[in-house]
Design a protein around this ligand. Structure first.
Ligand SMILES: [Fe+2]
Length: 295
């Protein structure tokens, strides 16, 4: 384990992608949901100071390299051409081959975690598209299997092409981002218009935007917001960037907020019974999505 840690490639400081999610969970503990955001300010800083070196390094790389141009390049690379045609199950199984230094205290796979999320949404009586969103929302992490570095797959997302909110975690790491030197990207609105809507705003590139682009023709708007913005913590947890949003964005952010606890707090140690659950999810997938999608 220690050997692995010290020999981690430069682009993969995290032992596994869950390390980022664990950090987010520490920063936004379940006990804090719905409490006064001002009280959180103190803790927010503590979390930066006590973050593991691997997590700190992950954010340093993310903030250094997620430029406006980088996102454009990745959109061209991954959305103008495709690598594979796969069904949702094939994509989920493919995601399961992502065996980084897996979660040490559980033998649960990525698919198990996604099923746990979906099952909790189902138990709480939410609509079918909401359950499906729980199942698929992280499939975009297959970007790692296409050779993308961790910092270009996970991490809190944020708008590029305008000033960075000071409430994005580790804001000082943006000092090394070349966009910080570009005055046209560093005003409050940057290249955008006030309240024009998030659809016109370029977000930092990662698994959220990637999956959104693949399923955008098939799911209800609420589901698409959950998929596209579930890592947009500066907006859905810090209430930043309201000036870029239109009325629809503001309404839809409530759904993103409704989704977030399922994303963060439903992981358990009980392995879902895939064989038992499979028929339900087969029906659910075919209700909304075509037999295969282009990834
Ligand atoms: Fe995610």
């Amino acid at each position: 384990m220690e050997m692995r840690q010290s020999s981690r490639p430069v682009n993969a400081p995290l032992a596994n992608l869950e390390e980022w999610e664990d950090f987010v969970k520490e920063r936004y503990p379940e006990s804090l949901v719905g409490t006064n955001p001002n009280k959180k300010e103190e803790q927010f800083r503590d979390y930066e100071n006590t973050a593991r070196p691997s997590v700190r390094e992950f954010y340093r790389l993310n903030h250094r390299h997620q430029t406006f141009e980088f996102g454009q390049e990745k959109r061209r690379e991954f959305l103008d051409s495709h690598r594979r045609e796969m069904s949702i199950w094939e994509a989920l199984e493919f995601l399961n081959t992502l065996v980084d230094d897996s979660d040490p205290d559980t033998d649960l796979t990525q698919l198990d975690h996604l099923l746990q999320t979906a099952e909790q949404i189902r138990k709480d009586g939410h609509p079918r598209w909401f359950i499906l969103t729980g199942l698929i929302h992280d499939i975009g992490k297959i970007l790692c299997l296409f050779g993308e570095p961790q910092w270009a797959v996970v991490g809190d997302t944020f708008p590029v092409g305008c000033a960075y909110s000071g409430k994005i975690v580790f804001p000082r790491f943006f000092e090394t981002n070349p966009d910080s030197e570009n005055p046209k990207y560093q005003t409050r609105l940057g290249i955008y218009e006030e309240n024009r809507g998030l659809d016109s705003v370029h977000m930092s590139w990662g698994h959220d935007e990637y999956l959104y682009q693949i399923v955008k023709d098939y799911l209800p708007t609420e589901a698409l917001y959950m998929i596209r913005y579930h890592s947009f913590y500066p907006a859905h947890r810090e209430n930043e960037y309201g000036y870029l949003m239109n009325e629809e964005d503001r309404r839809m952010m409530d759904w993103v907020r409704k989704f977030n606890p399922y994303d963060l707090y439903t992981k358990s140690h009980t392995k879902p019974n895939l064989k038992e659950l499979r028929p339900f999810y087969d029906d659910l997938i075919s209700e909304f999505l075509p037999a295969t999608l282009k990834w």
